[in-house]
Write a protein that binds this ligand. Sequence first.
Ligand SMILES: Nc1ncnc2c1ncn2[C@@H]1O[C@H](COP(=O)(O)OP(=O)(O)OP(=O)(O)O)[C@@H](O)[C@H]1O
Length: 261
Amino acid sequence: MSDETIIRVRGLKNAFGEQVVHQDLDLDVRKGEILGVVGGSGTGKSVLMRSIIGLQPPAEGEVEVFGEHVLGRSEDDTVDIRKRWGVLFQGGALFSTLTVAENVQVPLREFYPDLNLDLMDEIANYKVVMTGLTPDAGPKFPAELSGGMKKRAGLARALALDPDLLFLDEPTAGLDPVGAAAFDELIKSLQRTLGLTVFLITHDLDTLYAICDRVAVLADKKVIAVGTIDELLATDHPWIQEYFNGPRGRAAVATANAHKE
Ligand SMILES: Nc1ncnc2c1ncn2[C@@H]1O[C@H](COP(=O)(O)OP(=O)(O)OP(=O)(O)O)[C@@H](O)[C@H]1O
């Protein structure tokens, strides 16, 4: 991890009618880190991610990615930035009428429409295998895949453009503990091998302990704390204490310690 900032959010405000989701929210994501983003349900984790990637224009604030302002700019104007990130939406969000390989090719077709078809097939097959799926998953449709396989296929699509930055929205939700741990390992190994920066929304305490370098906590409409888990535990915010020191938090520590041994 370096001190270089890959995502810089300042003074973000998001509101839906009367409901203010974020107010004066600041956040920095550093190059090469896996930043876990946690917070109670409805605190606006997904809305924050959508604001950063340009799907949810905020009411106020600034967002810089790779050192460039992204708000208020057209899709064409930000194409070189958007090419450098990949997104795994909650639930995988695969197109059900496309095969896995075709899903992986969606970003390739969007950003490189002139790419030769054989090369597109080759890249898709490579990404499929890279995420731990067998090559025969490529021609399958999402409905033919297990939950874990769908996540891997979604990840393959997120990696299609060889991104520098990965956004993952609850990647282990719905997976059994063994599948979730395997997916965590996959994210960590890809992050190390490819030198990725990862913005990872999760409710999964095991994921935070297993693979996150730092954790940002959303509460009270903003990021109330960001740091390593030890640094967060040193704060006295009640939600943080309850979250990490509650029964599930203690169980996650036990699991993390067992893995270390
Ligand atoms: N398009 C929208 N229109 C209106 N309200 C929205 C919209 N998107 C999100 N919200 C509201 O914003 C709040 C934050 O939603 P968000 O999905 O970001 O929460 P979250 O922290 O990701 O929650 P969870 O952990 O349950 O997934 C919620 O109250 C939600 O209802």
